[in-house]
Every structure is written in C-alpha cells, then in structure tokens.
Design a protein around this ligand. Structure first.
Ligand code: PLP
Length: 396
C-alpha cells in the first residue's frame, strides 16, 4: 500500500524531530569565521542559554557529534580502565550505553528492570548499600527511555545515592527529555548530563553536549581512559571553552533561535505543552486498547513519558505493518520498535515543535492504519484525544 507523498509529512518519530521554519532559516546562515567577535557573542549566549535549559550554573562542553559522542565523552573523561559503573536498566538505550562502557574497558553492573514497569528505586539503593568497598564510580541513568516511553525519576535516584552515602558520580542521559520534560541538573545533583541537538531542541542532528559539575571536573583530573577529541582538559583551555575543532557555526545560529523560542514560550510552558499533547496520545491509545487492541507499553502511570509513547501491538500483529501503512499511505513517519521490541511496538514521538492538529493528524492516520491492517481495537481513540484537548483548551 503506498501513494506518492504529497502534502507536509507528519514527522512523529521520537527524534530527530520537526525543525521549525525559523530555526531552518537561522541555520541557513552564511559561513562566518568562528573567531569573529560577533559570532563569539552568539556562541557565549548559546552556552549560557543551554545551561538555563539544563538548569545548571556549572560547566558545559560541546561536541560535533550525535548523542553517542556525548555518551562517550562522559565515560572517557570520568573513568579509568577497569572502573565499575552501575547502569540502571531502562531499555535499548541503557543497554547501548552499557555496551559502550564495556567497549571502552569499563566494568558494568546492571540493576535489572522489567522494561514495562521500570526500575525499583529500592533495588538501586540495595546495590549501592551492597557496594561496601565503594567500587562503583558512577551511576548511569537514562532519564527518558526513548525505546519504551518511560521516564525515570532522577531525583529519586539522587535521594537513594544520598541515603546510601555513596560517593559515585551521577551520569544522566537527557537526550529525549531535555527541552521536553523537566530536568534539573543542579537540584538533582547530576554530575554529567548528556544531551543532543535533534530532539527537544528542534535542531538538525550533529551537535551534542555534556553539562558537567565541579565534582565531575575534579574526578576528570584522575580519569585515565584514553581520549583525545573528547578531552575536557583540552576543551576547557580553548577560547571556545568546551569546543575542539571547527565550530559548526550554523548549528549555533540554529541553537540561538531554538533557545529564543523556548524562552519566549517559557520552559515550564514547554513542559506543560508536552504533557498535554502526550496525555492526548495516551487517552487515544487507552481507548484503542478496548476490544483487545494495542495498548500503552509503559505500565507504570507515574512514569509515562511526555516525549514519546510506545504502543504495544496485540499478539500476532506486526507493528511494522502499521508503520508501513502510515508512511506509505498517509506520509506519516512513526518510530519503530528497538532491539527486542522490534515488530512488537511502534512509537509515536510527541516532542519538540508540535501542536494539537499535528498530534491529531498522526493519531487519525494510525487509527486508519489499524483498520486497514485488520488490527482489533476500539475505534474512536482520536475522538477521545480531541475531547481531552478541547477541554484543556478551555482553561488556556
Ligand atoms: N540516548 C537516548 C535516550 C536516545 O533516544 C538516543 C537516540 O535516539 C541516544 C541516546 C543516542 O543518540 P544519537 O542517536 O544522537 O547518537
């Protein structure tokens, strides 16, 4: 089933995300010398603006790389060969970060979790208490697991670490939460916050960064893993503090506009919009789940993600068929199931530059795709989402 793609594509992948026209225009900037004083002003303002989004007053280091680069920077700058990190299992992305750590020569201990229910904070506390030799050098947390549509309460992880009086560093992946879901680097005592350009910041892929605490910078001094491009000591010594190599100036012009948009709307209002649109998606999926239809993958209501919803197909039905129909017939791009969830779930991204009709158009396309593929469901999910959004608009 396919048609020629006409009309605007509804991009409902959980990253990269829609890039607003004003950011596209900002990125289409002529080449400038990255040492030009006018550009340096933009650069410095971007660093300060991004720190406000991270809610930190500490340090920021940036890389011309996707999020994987910032993951790697967080490990090579803070760990030595044979060090132990505690990874809290959330899904595909906690597993990938763990594999990267092992590949770099770091030992990994995992706090296991059911991907649908999420980690038990008591198990985190128990793992920290059991580490009487204080071997664990860092606790690694994916704030928002993009593969499962579940967030993890970072503040509760911090509280568990404090209650155990454990000195480990707290490393947090904010790649699919930053600029969409509240994240508080300093308040939660996060030592290294990993972020990327292509999700909540609504930018093209290609720039990532780490918020770094004073405590992490201190630990960095004795970290012995091999590093070169990502070396924080080198980066901090440059005029473009926190950047090595040719600075991707166009991405900074885009970031300047992204930060302007976020601050114009207000960070807390940005979060509220994400919560509202996410709730509409959830109401729709809960409605479909009648008649043994697709259901929310995340089973813990307090941890449902406001940036992405993973939808679990009924037994015997292929999630990829829904994605193919949405793309082929309606020019709607959905996310697929990652690693062991491939074919079982599809994902609706609802982060970044998004409003009600964009979400409703996506949901309507999915509902049609369910019909076209003979997937059991209670029809009327989109109407449930509309009813919720109309009610929410009354109080705006
Ligand atoms: N962590 C999370 C939570 C992600 O969602 C992603 C990408 O989707 C990554 C890490 C990897 O980032 P990148 O694809 O930018 O390298």
């Amino acid at each position: 089933m396919s048609r020629l793609p006409r009309g605007r594509q509804f991009f409902a992948n959980p990253g990269p995300t829609n890039i607003p026209d004003s950011i596209l225009h900002a990125v289409a900037h002529v080449t400038v010398d990255f040492n030009d004083p006018a550009f340096l002003k933009v650069y410095d303002a971007c660093i300060e603006g991004l720190k406000r989004v991270l809610k930190t007053r500490q340090h920021l280091l940036m890389y011309t790389a996707s999020g994987h680069g910032a993951w790697e920077a967080s490990l090579v700058n803070l760990m030595s060969p044979g060090d132990l990190v505690l990874i809290l299992e959330t899904g595909n992305f906690s597993e990938s970060w763990a594999r990267m750590a092992e590949g770099l020569g770091v030992r990994v201990q995992t706090v296991p979790a059911d991907w649908r229910r999420g980690i038990d904070i008591a198990a985190v506390r128990a793992a920290l208490d059991a580490d009487t030799a204080r071997e664990i050098k860092a606790v690694c947390v994916v704030h928002n697991e993009t593969a499962t549509g579940m967030s993890l309460p970072v503040g509760e992880v911090r509280a568990a670490m404090d209650a155990a009086s454990h000195p480990a560093l707290l490393l947090v992946d904010t790649i699919s939460s930053l600029g969409s879901i509240d994240f508080r680097m300093d308040e939660w005592g996060v030592d290294c916050a990993v972020g990327g350009s292509q999700k909540g910041l609504m930018l093209p892929t290609g720039m990532s960064f780490t918020g770094v605490s004073d405590k992490a910078l201190e630990a960095h001094k004795s970290a012995k893993l091999a590093k070169h491009y990502f070396n924080w000591t080198v980066m901090l010594g440059r005029r473009h503090k926190g950047f090595v190599g040719t600075v991707p100036t166009t991405l900074f012009y885009g970031l300047q506009e992204s930060l302007r948009r976020i601050e114009e709307e207000g960070l807390e209002q940005v979060f509220a919009r994400h919560t509202r649109l996410a709730e509409a998606v959830r109401r729709c999926v809960r409605h479909w789940s009648g008649n043994n239809g697709p259901q929310l993958f995340c089973l813990t209501p307090s941890r449902v993600s406001d940036s992405v919803t993973a939808v679990l197909m009924p037994e015997g039905h292929d999630a990829e068929a829904i994605r193919r129909t949405c793309m082929g017939m309606f020019n709607v791009s959905l996310g697929g199931g990652l690693s062991r969830l491939n074919g079982q779930v599809f994902r609706i991204g609802h982060l970044g530059d998004l409003n009600e009709p964009m979400v409703l158009g996506t949901l309507a396309s999915v509902e049609m795709a369910l019909q076209l593929n003979g997937v059991p469901h209670a029809s009327g999910g989109v109407a449930a989402a509309m009813a919720f959004l109309a009610e929410a608009a009354k109080s705006a």
